[in-house]
Design a protein around this ligand. Structure first.
Ligand code: AMP
Length: 420
């Protein structure tokens, strides 16, 4: 071990487990690629004001959990705690919304950073795959995103997840509800910090996980009862479209989200095998965010699914992903001449798209065969001086243990027909 370790709240992805992370990212991205979403990549850091907008309801993510710093040049930057604000910023900067093709549909995949108290499923560095549909107010778009996330999880083999759905209202009905909720919260027996939160972002108090707080919230007013007619109709349409797609969900009138910009449709994917960090993904509509960051009115909707927690959820359900073998053919040369010949064969196999690896270093036959076993290769080719003198290599089937001689000039074609 070196003197260094991964920083607190972080961990490394290491083979073979790391292959699961790639497979999860791929599985989440596939339905998006198939539905008109284009890939976008933004920097890992942004100007801090993009996230700390200083207006309206503040959140823990922004006030406590952000990695903010000043550069040598005096710029105030922050490691990105989430994807939505960055993607919207980039779309506006590139004028994607002016190309006359709304909604702008984008997907992304990357690392996010939050200075949180680490525990299982909650890290300071984690990864998400996300999707945003910018510039359209259409319940079918909200439904599309929920259906695609459901499809992604199902394609991985996940079953024990639930979709929680709520509406947070809009700038008409939300303020009325906010005040009613505040009045209710002020009458409760809450600690100082929670009361302060009730002042700044009362909806977040509904999300408090502590049992003594939850008990007092039983009779809290619900946004559901305050929705204006337009919000009610919109929400009903989203519910109908998801239901028609055969995706089941639960209405959760107390569901709120960690970020302040959500309006109307709000949802979370929770997995019951994950303990306290049960949210594997979440999202919703954010009709006011564009204006908050200086853009035009662009009603939008999106989600982000956590890759780390999705992997934990797969493990909790005992789902084994069908990962392609990383190596199909392993070459074991005995002697210098064989090294040159087999190295050429490995290169040819790779060009044909066959995953091949080679015994490097000066291992003896025994050590090299151990490497071949560990590689998981289906076939091993072994060659020594005597084989080459006869114009052959030995082809070993690692499953049956059978071994036979194949002509040096035939071996690539032979493996291609077996594996191709
Ligand atoms: P959020 O923007 O907080 O709703 O995050 C969306 C998803 O990202 C969550 O449902 C989690 O799966 C994942 N996530 C958020 N924060 C963390 C974290 N600190 N560690 C691991 N995953 C996280």
């Amino acid at each position: 071990m070196s003197t260094f370790q991964a920083p607190k709240g972080t961990y490394d992805l290491i083979p073979p487990e790391s292959a699961k992370y790639l497979a999860v990212r791929e599985a989440i991205a596939a339905p998006l690629r198939n539905s008109g979403y284009g890939y976008i990549e933004t920097p890992g850091f942004e100007n801090v004001e993009l996230f700390a907008r200083g207006v309206g309801e503040s959140t823990d993510i922004v006030t406590k959990e952000m990695y903010a710093f000043e550069t040598k040049g005096g710029d105030q930057l922050a490691l990105r705690p989430e994807g939505t604000a960055s993607v919207l910023r980039a779309a506006l900067e590139a004028n994607l919304h002016k190309l006359g093709n709304l909604p702008v549909k984008l997907w992304y995949s990357g690392s996010y950073y939050r200075y949180e108290r680490p525990q299982k499923g909650r890290y300071r560095h984690f990864s998400q795959v996300g999707a945003e549909a910018i510039g359209a107010e259409d319940p079918a778009l909200d439904a599309e995103l929920i259906i695609l996330a459901d499809q992604a999880y199902r394609s991985l083999g996940l079953r024990n997840f639930r979709i929680l759905l709520n509406s947070l209202g809009d700038k008409e009905c939300r303020p009325v509800y906010r005040e009613a909720l505040q009045n209710f919260l002020r009458g409760l027996d809450l600690d100082e910090e929670t009361l302060r939160r009730a002042d700044i972002n009362p909806l977040r108090v509904l999300d408090d996980k502590r049992p003594d707080v939850q008990k007092q919230l039983t009779d809290a007013p619900l946004l559901r009862d305050y929705l204006c007619d337009a919000c009610k109709a919109y929400h009903e349409e989203v519910r109908e479209l998801i239901t028609a797609a055969g995706v089941s969900f639960e209405d959760d009138p107390k569901l709120v989200r960690g970020l302040d910009y959500y309006t109307r449709t709000t949802f979370e994917f929770v997995h019951d095998g994950l303990g306290s960090q049960s949210a594997v993904g979440g999202g919703g509509r954010y009709d006011g965010l564009s204006e908050m960051i200086g853009g035009p009115a662009l009603p939008s909707v999106g989600w982000a699914l956590g890759v780390d927690r999705t992997v934990l959820a797969l493990e909790a359900e005992g789902v084994e992903l069908e990962l392609p073998a990383s190596t199909s053919v392993f070459a074991v040369p005995l002697g210098d001449e064989a090294r040159r010949v087999l190295f050429t064969k490995v290169t040819e196999l790779r060009k044909l798209g066959i995953a091949a690896d080679f015994s490097y270093g000066s291992k003896g036959l025994k050590g090299a065969m151990k490497s071949a076993n560990r590689s998981g290769a289906r076939y091993t080719i072994v060659a020594g001086e005597r084989d080459l003198a006869e114009g052959v290599v030995q082809l070993k089937d690692m499953e049956s243990g059978d071994q036979r001689a194949v002509g040096v000039n035939e071996i690539v074609a032979e493996l291609e027909s077996k594996l191709g």
